[in-house]
Design a protein around this ligand. Structure first.
Ligand code: FES
Ligand code: FE2
Length: 498
């Protein structure tokens, strides 16, 4: 039976008094017992302090999180291991350091150099005591370009496929602006993952659609008045405030292809359709070879100078002979340059291809050896570089430690400014640090070429000896990429001087 005390006020008061009194008594009794236990248990009878863990209040032990408890236990076991087996512990530490170093050396390289970073050193220029003193590299680059003789240059932009972007820089539903080849491109990836290239300037009132425009499905919407253009053909598909979309409303659409990790555009001064296709390399298919890194350089030179390097076989032993340890310089003196104790040796042949549908290709076959004391061949490497059109090369590299492929794209950002990107993929069997060493070595060797390109004049009537004859063959081959309307420096189609 339950009694409701609310109906008996006096009984209720008495009950509460009794309960409260008994609670207070109970608490006091508990405190006294706990004090007695605490006084007795740690064993102060022998006068020593209790062990730290035992003397800690119980609530402190309970507040350690499981991860902290685990870390404490692990640390103490490790410490016991080090104390009990110091030699084994030292080996384990060494193995751990090697593992960390291997992981760091295996990370894909991203080596990027701006124009003024290579070949413009105020301390090396003549008159460093006076004229160039205190100047920055970019000031030096500007001044040097003002004083530079250019020579009788070929047309500024050859016809062919040129890489505008690397695939991984363009996500779905995103648009990017790329200025190259004297044009402005709006490059976008639609909802489906397909890539399209339209002229950046909207035919309505000329807004740059890549700046603030947005991708809607497979179309690009201009930010200014929200006209929308289809990626496949540039046709206007919507004008939000107009009753009818006229058929002639069309943005210029450029042929493009996404292949081998690049997005290419077809450029032709006579607006001709593509005359060759770029094919996908099987090694780059998903779950095949491994991406090993990239390098990116900006070079002040005419585009034709860069692939000419392949036909100019005599320069190889001159500027790429000194040891890699000397870095990206043209110095041949000093211990690191190798002198007679360490040298890269190169033999090369260059040949234009003549088969059906192969005329736009040329092949450079290269054999490399790193020799110590002129005797011991250390790192042997065969390179087969296929130049495909005026601005793209596929280099197949065969080394003692496995195979790799390096893709090189050369894109004219302007008539005398080239963006060069290398991307490397290696067979899974090639050790990652070795692949990285090749990638870095290639970048260092390439910097030596850049120093020359950044300062040289284009020599349209070069003084050649018999052994240089591949240069003439290369120039004849390369001339196929120019056509009647190819823009020339100072004579661009819209009358602007560069
Ligand atoms: S300028 Fe592009 S919609 Fe008007
Ligand atoms: Fe070179």
């Amino acid at each position: 039976m339950r009694l409701c005390l609310a109906h008996f006020p006096s009984a209720s008061a008495a009950f509460e008094r009794d309960v409260c009194t008994s609670n207070l008594e109970l608490r006091a009794r508990r405190r006294a017992t706990a004090a007695a236990i605490a006084f007795e248990s740690p064993g102060p009878r022998d006068g020593r302090q209790p062990p730290l863990a035992a003397s800690l209040p119980r609530y402190t032990q309970h507040t350690l999180s499981p991860s902290s408890q685990f870390a404490t236990r692990t640390m103490s076991s490790l410490w016991s291991f080090v104390q009990e087996q110091p030699t084994a512990a030292a080996y384990a530490a060494l193995a751990f350091i090697i593992w960390i170093a291997y992981k760091i050396a295996s990370r894909p390289i991203n080596y990027v150099k701006e124009l003024s970073c290579v070949g413009f050193d105020p301390t090396l220029e003549s008159g460093s005591a006076g004229r160039w003193k205190g100047k920055s590299r970019s000031e030096l680059a500007t001044e040097m370009s003002r004083m530079r003789k250019l020579g009788n240059l070929p047309p500024a932009f050859p016809n062919g496929w040129f890489a505008l972007l690397e695939s991984d820089t363009l996500a779905k539903n995103r648009v990017m602006h790329v200025a190259a080849l004297g044009e402005n491109f709006a490059v976008f990836r639609g909802e489906s993952g397909e890539v399209y290239v339209l002229d950046a300037y909207c035919p309505h009132l000329g807004a740059n659609m890549a700046v603030g425009g947005c991708v809607k499905g497979e179309s690009l919407e201009c930010p200014f008045h929200a006209w929308r253009f289809g990626g496949k053909d540039g046709q206007c598909v919507a004008i939000p405030y107009a009753e009818k979309v006229p058929e002639f409303a069309k943005a210029r659409r450029w042929h493009s292809v996404e292949v081998n990790s690049f997005i290419f555009v077809w450029y032709h001064a006579q607006n001709e359709e593509p005359t060759w296709k770029l094919s996908a390399l099987p090694q780059l298919a998903p779950s095949q070879w491994v991406y090993r890194g990239r390098s990116e350089f900006y070079i002040s030179a005419h585009i034709q100078e860069i692939p000419e390097n392949g036909a100019d076989v005599a320069h190889l032993n001159a500027i790429h002979g000194p040891s890699l340890l000397a870095g990206g310089t043209l110095s041949t003196s000093g211990f690191l340059a190798g002198g007679s104790w360490a040298r890269h040796l190169w033999t090369a042949t260059w040949a234009a291809q003549t088969g059906p549908n192969e005329g736009h290709k040329a092949i450079l076959s290269l054999v490399h050896e790193f020799r110590l004391f002129s005797k011991f061949a250390m790192i042997k490497m065969n390179v087969n570089a296929v130049q495909i059109g005026p601005g793209y090369v596929e280099l197949s590299v065969d080394t003692t430690f496995g195979k790799a492929v390096i893709l090189q794209s050369v894109t004219p950002v302007g008539p005398l400014l080239q963006r060069v990107i290398h991307r490397m993929y290696a067979a899974p069997s090639m050790p990652a640090p070795f692949a990285n060493m090749i990638m870095l070595g290639e970048a260092i060797m390439f910097k030596r070429d850049i120093i020359v390109w950044n300062h040289k004049k284009f020599e349209d009537r070069p003084l050649l000896v018999r052994e240089d004859k591949a240069i003439n063959r290369y120039r004849r081959w390369y001339s196929q990429f120019y056509s009647e309307n190819s823009p020339r420096l100072g004579k661009s189609p819209d009358g602007l001087d560069w």
